[in-house]
Design a binder for this molecule. Structure first.
Ligand SMILES: [Fe+2]
Ligand SMILES: [Fe+2]
Length: 303
């Protein structure tokens, strides 16, 4: 008989919970096509542009984001083709996926036990940070850090959206009793948000590296070593919280020596990561991205 790991027991439990609800959100098929196309070395700029242009609403919003001051192009980017050429495959893919995921999940107006806007900011800030950290750690391609950061806590949103009463109980245990978040989630759901998020991303047929980085972003859940990408997300979650961009309850995971060496983190005199240096870099990135946050919020008529 195959050995049951903590992760697989929790995944079974999520499956059970999902059985009790109807109408899981679906990620549009174009999201998967975009990921595949951007990873395929045979895809040309015009192939990617054709794919995006097939969804005019997506194309329009991509252009609005591409023209935000964040990217700082002096001239207007008027066509999707030009956006791909100027911004590059990875950035265009990241922007399109962010739009699609936002539509699918982050536009929730229903009752949630935590503030949606703050959660969204935390997710976008972690995306920007994870891209930066992953790049600094010499990763072969940097774009993936963004999506992994954006979606790392999607399980929290998933549990809170479908089980608001239960998630309110989780938050009470964290905020009033000082219980660690994952412990509180296990007590109430018999499952945790990293596993719930990974389950959902797997259900959406998203790539394994993304499912795994979500599942292992709090390392104590992992029953196997985290990938470098997951470590970049773990560190980014911590940095973003240090920058006071909280995203719901919980405290960040402690950094292991293995994480520090895999990510080749710069250390201070105490042998800790040089937080000041990283926070400085992050603040600069976030200031640049301020305009991007605003553009995202306005995309669907939200203020
Ligand atoms: Fe998390
Ligand atoms: Fe987080």
């Amino acid at each position: 008989m195959q050995e049951m790991t903590v992760g697989s027991i929790e995944a079974d439990r999520i499956q059970q919970l999902v059985g009790s609800i109807s109408g899981l959100p679906a990620l549009p098929a174009i999201a998967l096509h975009l990921l595949e196309a951007a990873e395929d070395p045979n895809t040309s700029a015009s192939d990617l542009a054709t794919l995006i242009s097939a969804d005019p609403a997506l194309a329009t919003r991509l252009l609005r984001l591409a023209n935000s001051a964040y990217y700082g192009f002096p001239r207007k980017i008027a066509t999707v083709n030009l956006a791909v050429v100027v911004l590059g495959f990875d950035t265009v893919r990241d922007l399109c996926l962010s739009v699609l995921v936002t539509d699918c999940f982050f536009n929730e107006t229903g009752e949630l036990p935590f503030q949606m806007e703050q959660f969204w900011k935390h997710s976008l800030a972690t995306a920007i940070c994870a891209r930066m950290v992953y790049k600094l750690s010499d990763a072969s391609h940097s774009g993936d850090g963004f999506i992994a950061g954006l979606l790392h806590d999607v399980g929290k949103l998933f549990l809170a959206k479908y089980f608001p009463k239960e998630y309110t109980m989780v938050m009470g245990k964290v905020q009033n009793d000082g219980m660690p978040l994952l412990e509180a989630e296990r007590m109430v759901f018999s499952a945790t948000h990293p596993v719930a998020g990974a389950w959902l991303l797997d259900e959406w047929n998203l790539p394994v590296w993304l499912v795994e980085s979500t599942r292992t972003h709090h390392q104590e859940v992992a029953d196997e070593p985290s990938s470098k990408l997951a470590m970049a997300v773990t560190f980014s979650d911590l940095l973003v919280r240090k920058a006071r961009i909280e995203g719901g309850p919980g405290v960040p995971t402690e950094l292991s020596p293995e994480l520090m060496s895999t990510l080749q983190l710069k250390k201070n005199v105490y042998g800790e990561p040089d937080y000041d240096a990283y926070l400085d870099k992050l603040q600069r990135e976030l200031r640049r991205a301020d305009d991007l946050f605003g553009t995202f919020q306005k995309l669907d008529g939200k203020k």
